[in-house]
Write a protein that binds this ligand. Structure first.
Ligand SMILES: *Cc1c(COP(=O)(O)O)cnc(C)c1O
Length: 460
């Protein structure tokens, strides 16, 4: 078997946060008490937490220094102007509007643009953009290329928009009912897969021709730019910061969750060129989030975001960051655990139905794998399958399952080392070796909406 080169952490550790691995009987009790739902397990009882990469990044010494420097003036704080400049430097748009996190930025943008009966196309909407479009009585439409749903295709840009579908959709619905087109970079709900510069250019051209504004959901813009550098012809020698600027030059604006590629624990923003729209959005901001120079954040948060945005485009950092996900994938190949290929930027997605073929879809193989992984090793992951996205046929009552039955191992930024990843891969290898022992589950209690957060289960 060839050697797998682990990515080297381009930092040394200055502060540590102890973690504890509960013994197996304690893990067993925690699972029972939580109704076999890892969302219900207190974080203290988790050894390695791969639930999400959102808001879980480790900040740098320079970011912590920024926290101390934060200017908490209500209006016109120094920290705001630093933040505004940092966003302008990376994104290149004229106006910058802070918000407390990504979904607040989305809510404000859509309140300014979207009305009842509209359609908002994207490659794949993230849950919060979909919810914020649909709460306005509009429809969120996914127009990603077909390869996005094929876990075995090695297409380098599975996040791409299907240009023919986009053109067809605009022709069918008419531009009057399409207030904006979005592109999620990287495509989180499609496995953290990147969008190519060529595709961005094409989406931009289609939108310009139809006179429809084009916005990015830019949460992982640096990871996307790094994949372009690695995979797209002509970009191998360009800096990630320049590639990002080129990406953004094709759009009117972007929404951003700073909890992702701004390397902080809370925050978000909207940035755009249209002065009239910016004015309108700032008025909406004041009602729900706060004055336009803080938008629901403390001055110290704005400092940390400004610093994070300059650190996230560092190529050494991004090589390590995307290298961690690739490395975990390579370790899983060794122990025969199947996953969605190619590995995305922020996570590895396990193909649970292939790994546990004896468990029928009705008994939720991906959910069973999250339970098995906690029981085996104290590792928390998240199901993206029949529990999260399943539904019932309203007429027959028969269950409808999503195409893919996956478990996501999301990797927090700068938090875990290569040996932590090795531990996770070993645990999955052990589960694969005794997979007939993994039990399916049935739901014994579920809420009406977003059931994966609070549903309770029993093992079969
Ligand atoms: C996290 C995320 C959001 C929402 O951001 P929050 O800060 O969690 O509100 C929107 N889009 C994408 C692609 C995300 O990953």
């Amino acid at each position: 078997m060839p050697d797998i080169h682990p990515p080297i952490e381009p930092f040394r550790i200055k502060a540590v946060e102890p973690i504890r691995r509960p013994a197996r009987p304690e893990r067993q009790r925690a699972l029972k008490a939580a109704g076999f739902n890892v969302f219900g397990i207190p974080a203290e009882k988790i050894f390695i937490d791969l639930l999400t990469d959102s808001g879980t990044s480790a900040m740098s010494d320079a970011q912590w220094a920024g926290i101390m420097r934060g200017d908490e003036s209500y209006a016109g704080a120094r920290s705001f102007f630093r933040f505004e400049q940092a966003v302008r430097d990376q994104f290149g748009f004229a106006h910058v509007i802070p918000a407390h996190q990504g979904r607040a930025a989305e809510r404000i943008l859509f309140e300014g643009l979207v009305k009842k009966g509209d359609f908002v196309p994207s490659n794949i909407h993230f849950d919060t953009t979909r919810a914020n479009v649909e709460v306005r009585g509009a429809k969120a439409v996914d127009l990603v290329i077909d390869e996005a749903y094929n876990p075995d295709s090695d297409h380098p840009f599975k996040g791409n928009m299907d240009i023919a579908k986009l053109k067809g959709f605009i022709a069918r619905r008419g531009r009057a009912h399409i207030p904006l087109v979005m592109l999620t970079i990287t495509n989180n709900s499609g496995g953290g897969q990147p969008v190519s510069m060529e595709n961005i250019r094409q989406v931009s051209a289609v939108c310009r021709k139809a006179r429809i504004p084009f916005f990015f959901d830019a949460c992982r813009f640096a990871e996307n730019a790094f994949f372009i550098r690695q995979r797209e012809k002509g970009y191998g020698k360009k800096s990630v910061a320049l590639i990002a600027r080129e990406m953004f030059s094709h759009a009117e604006g972007a929404t951003m969750s700073a909890k992702k590629d701004a390397l902080v624990n809370i925050g978000g923003f909207i940035t755009l060129n249209d002065a009239e729209l910016a004015k309108k959005l700032k008025n909406i901001l004041i009602i729900g989030e706060g004055f336009p120079t803080y938008g629901g954040l403390a001055g110290r948060d704005l400092e940390a975001i400004a610093q994070g945005l300059s650190e996230v485009v560092d190529e050494e950092y991004l090589a390590y960051r995307t290298g961690q996900a690739a490395y975990l994938g390579a370790l899983l190949d060794r122990v025969g655990v199947p996953y969605f290929k190619p590995v995305g930027g922020h996570a590895v997605y396990l193909l649970a139905d292939r790994m546990l073929p004896a468990i029928p879809r009705e008994h939720f193989p991906a959910w069973a794998l999250t339970v098995a992984l906690y029981r085996e090793a104290g590792v928390r992951s998240v199901e993206i399958g029949g529990v999260m996205f399943g539904s019932k046929d309203p007429r027959t009552g028969k269950p409808i399952f999503p195409q893919l039955e996956m478990v996501r191992l999301a990797i927090p930024r700068r938090v875990y080392t290569v040996s932590h990843l090795g531990y996770v891969a070993d645990a999955l290898g052990s589960i694969a070796a005794k997979k007939t022992k993994v039990r399916g589950l049935r739901i014994i209690d579920e809420p009406r909406f977003l059931r994966h957060f609070t549903a309770r289960f029993e093992e079969i």
